[in-house]
Ligand binder design. Structure first.
Ligand code: IMP
Length: 221
């Protein structure tokens, strides 16, 4: 029997990623947007606090007590901007947009290629939180990479058009930016590669993997 996981999010891109990833593991992921209920996103210092607050608000609105509730929060952390936009990523995307991040980095531009790479270094982080009816389990995922020089057209959402993931080694682990791995987007942004390729690198995939690993350990599998 497949277990239903209700994913509280308004983002169809995230639902598609989670469905694609969790279906083979025997979970049916369905988007949850409870009728007449407003879930507020608190302004907190960490992704974990934001995710926990959403779980607390939404857990009473699950269609069945046997179902699970999934919440996932992510952000883009740019090293040279002291991890900005981080937990403010949604707001920054709505206001400055991807091009605004490029403009901010252009002010910090360096002629030195090593310094220039440092200026553009960034990471996506994700926290996935799952309410299993009795407790909240957290999974974490990071995708290191760098910020492109231009916004690319294509698939994806959010900051995908400006984020280039670091290459992966033979174990699927990310390498330090600038190193060549066995899996690479060859300098293409998440926005320029298909969903399947993005998933191999994605912070969300890693956070979900971490979550499922703990869920299975709890169930003694
Ligand atoms: P949220 O906390 O998941 O809502 O994400 C915060 C902001 O980061 C939103 O504006 C998202 O569009 C953006 N974001 C989250 N994950 C990704 C991703 O995988 N690619 C691009 N942008 C993302």
């Amino acid at each position: 029997m497949t277990t239903k996981i209700w994913f509280l999010t308004g983002n169809h891109g995230k639902v598609a990623e989670a469905q694609h990833h969790l279906r083979p593991l025997g979970y049916e992921v369905i988007q949850l947007m409870p009728d007449g209920v407003t879930i507020t996103e608190p302004q907190a210092d960490t992704l974990r606090e934001v995710a926990l607050s959403k779980i607390e608000q939404a857990k009473h609105h699950l269609p069945s007590e046997d179902d699970l509730l999934l919440v996932e929060d992510a952000g883009l952390f740019v090293d040279a901007l002291d991890d900005f936009p981080g937990v403010y990523s949604s707001f920054v995307l709505r206001t400055l947009q991807c091009s605004g991040i490029l403009r901010l980095l252009n002010h910090l531009i360096s002629e030195d290629p090593v310094q220039s790479a440092k200026v553009r270094s960034a990471r996506f982080e994700a926290v996935a939180a799952l309410w299993d009816g009795s407790e909240v389990i957290f999974g974490q995922g990071v995708c290191p990479g760098s910020i492109a020089y231009q916004v690319t057209e294509g698939e994806g959402f959010g900051f995908d058009p400006i984020f280039i993931p670091s290459d992966l080694d033979e174990f699927g682990e990310p390498l330090e930016p600038g190193n060549y791995g066995v899996l690479s987007t060859h300098g293409a942004t998440f926005g320029a590669v298909g969903q399947e390729i993005k998933e191999a690198f994605s912070h969300r995939t890693r956070a979900l993997d971490d979550l499922i690993r703990q869920l299975k350990a709890n169930q003694g599998q």
